[in-house]
Design a protein around this ligand. Structure first.
Ligand code: ARG
Length: 588
């Protein structure tokens, strides 16, 4: 189905041509003066230059030619040559009717369905998941759902950091504490134990201890680096420990991501790239792409047009160890082999931008990906505390995600429990859903690249531009629809009616923008556009609600018209929050 502006543009094209002008001037946009009109066309101004004629004369002729169009209640030419349009109420209600009959509410299937891999989450195994990973998970999950709604084949990959120095540290520390474990006995050829030699709590303690110790002790650090090297080169005992670390951590990570409504299709990681590394290195050397630089193997990626220095991509360290660049390149080889993606989208802190510039250039230059494969980087800003500095716990440490979620849940529960009329368990579940909306909307309503202030008080408020406000609006609509149905009437058979008030018209016009907003949010990979839209839509709904008797309306047809409008508003809001990665409770 055509977007509303497209339909209006078609009408204007006909009018421009009828009046003797090229239809290319007939572009319609939303009005930037909503006090004057709903949509506008500024094409007469541009046409004036081409036709050497006063713009107002052209605008007048076009408006004249529009007189037969059924789309407008009013179209007028305004000095110096604007065409201001107010839509016909019947046209708008029939547009909504058409929308509501479509499963995707007017969003068309893409011309070409793409296979898109979204690389997000990016937790580092053996290190606790902290708020730094929150944004990647929240933004990535939303981008994934938007792309999927639009109709693409989308694969979400957590791409764990599971192949680096932290693994060497854990192994080294474990060896120090329990030197008699069979993993450290090189002559051991039997089967290693099935039970992990640590619990998740121990594992979480081991890493920071080892990391701090290595900073103070050079020989310990050397040992950890060597352990990393041995692991990457297939050391049997270390591989077995690595597998234990993975099992224990991934179970914990799944729980954490689950609490955030974040679901990955693939639980792959840097380690999965390992089998592709030796042949990749061979290829890069043989084709002359890679050369030695102070013992390290590198590929130059600078370009003449660069305004700042882009250092070479590092393929192997002088000791032969793989690096972050290496695993990302080899992962692209694996992805190409297994999924042939049309696009790969990476979502990390924007401080990793240079890394991705290097990797993308290297992958293209060396043919690791096809020329037409799109490689996209979304870099996000920092989540700050109210003091404007990176978010910390009250005692100053980096806040762990689990605690952050627990804190916000508790805050929400306190609010909800104040006027609780439902059972404890329902209140808890409701608090969880509302808290998640607070957390995610608080993040997603900002442009990703910007830093933002994590403000629990503001995010959990039921008023203003917040997740809870959106949920509150949905719950309010659900409640009205529920009571309507209780009177024995059927919501599904309600017919749209022409708007009979300014607030009804405004709500209808807002609802009619849905397909355009979604298309735009997808094109720009910008969940914040959806947030801005549902905030406007919720405001339009609440204004309408306060001015309109709905359940008390005696004229049944009129009432049915309101109900149809409420129902589509609810569908839009629920569809949008699903794309943002949260859901509404039944009541709150
Ligand atoms: N593990 C990385 C980190 O914590 C993020 C991984 C992002 N994805 C990637 N393909 N490099 O910073």
């Amino acid at each position: 189905m055509k977007k509303l502006v497209e339909q209006l543009t078609l009408e204007l094209e006909t009018a421009f041509e009828k009046a003797g002008y090229d239809k290319k001037y007939a572009v319609v946009t939303l009005s930037n003066r909503p006090d004057l009109c709903e949509y506008q066309c500024n094409g007469a101004m541009a046409a004036a230059k081409a036709y050497h004629k006063a713009p107002i004369l052209i605008a007048n002729e076009v408006v004249e030619a529009l007189s037969e169009s059924a789309c407008f209640q009013k179209a007028e030419a305004v000095a110096p040559g604007f065409i201001n349009m107010t839509l016909d109420a019947g046209f708008v209600s029939s547009y909504l009717k058409a929308m509501s009959s479509e499963e995707k509410l007017g969003v068309n299937a893409p011309e070409k369905q793409k296979t898109i891999i979204i690389d997000y989450g990016g937790a580092n195994v053996a290190k606790p998941l902290h708020v730094g990973h929150l944004r990647s998970a929240v933004i990535g999950e939303s981008v994934k759902r938007i792309a999927r709604y639009v109709g693409h084949r989308v694969i979400g990959d957590v791409h764990l950091g599971d192949w680096g120095y932290q693994m060497g540290l854990v192994i080294t520390e474990l060896k120090k504490r329990k030197p008699n474990l069979s993993y450290f006995d090189d002559s051991f050829t039997g089967e290693y134990p099935k039970e992990p030699p640590f619990t998740i709590a121990e594992l979480e303690e081991i890493y920071p201890t080892a990391s701090a110790y290595a900073k103070e002790h050079g020989d310990y650090k050397e040992e950890a680096l060597h352990a990393t090297y041995l692991l990457q080169n297939g050391h049997r005992g270390y591989t077995a420990i690595w597998q234990h670390i993975m099992n224990v951590s991934v179970t914990d990570l799944k729980k954490n991501y689950g609490a955030l409504n974040v679901e990955f299709d693939l639980w792959k990681g840097e380690a999965d790239a390992q089998p592709y590394i030796p042949s990749m290195v061979e290829y890069l050397k043989k084709e002359g792409y890679a050369h030695l630089d102070q013992g390290a193997l590198v590929v130059d990626v600078k370009e003449e047009t660069d305004t700042k220095e882009i250092p070479p991509c590092m393929i192997l360290k002088s000791d032969g160890a793989a690096l972050y660049d290496t695993t990302d390149l080899a992962t692209l080889i694996e992805r190409e082999k297994l999924y042939q993606p049309d696009e790969v989208i990476y979502i990390t802190d924007k401080r990793q931008e240079l890394h991705f510039i290097q990797v993308f250039r290297c992958a293209k230059k060396t043919g690791i990906v096809r020329k037409e494969t799109e490689l996209t980087f979304i870099g996000f800003g920092t989540m700050n505390g109210k003091d404007g500095k990176p978010f910390k716990t009250r005692d100053g440490g980096v806040m762990r995600l689990e605690y952050l979620i627990a804190d916000i849940n508790e805050e929400m529960y306190k609010k909800i429990a104040q006027n609780r009329t439902v059972a404890e368990s329902e209140a808890k579940e409701t608090a969880r859903k509302v808290a998640l909306s607070a957390l995610k909307y608080g993040d997603l309503s900002n442009q990703a690249a910007k830093d933002y202030v994590f403000d629990v008080d503001r995010f959990t408020s039921f008023e203003g531009n917040t997740g809870p406000y959106i949920l509150y609006t949905i719950v309010r609509i659900k409640s009205i629809l529920g009571r309507y149905a209780e009177t024995g009437k059927n919501v599904q058979t309600c017919e749209f009616k022409e708007a009979d008030s300014a607030s009804a018209k405004a709500l209808m016009l807002e609802a009619a923008k849905f397909n355009q907003v979604i298309e735009n949010a997808y094109d720009e990979l910008a969940p914040h556009k959806i947030c801005a839209y549902i905030y406007d839509l919720s405001n339009a709904f609440n204004r309408f609600y306060h001015e309109t008797k709905i359940l008390a309306e005696e004229n049944e047809e009129k009432q049915a018209g309101y109900i149809a409008l409420l129902d589509i508003t609810k569908r839009i809001l629920e569809t949008c929050i699903d794309m943002l990665g949260f859901e509404a409770p039944e009541r709150m």
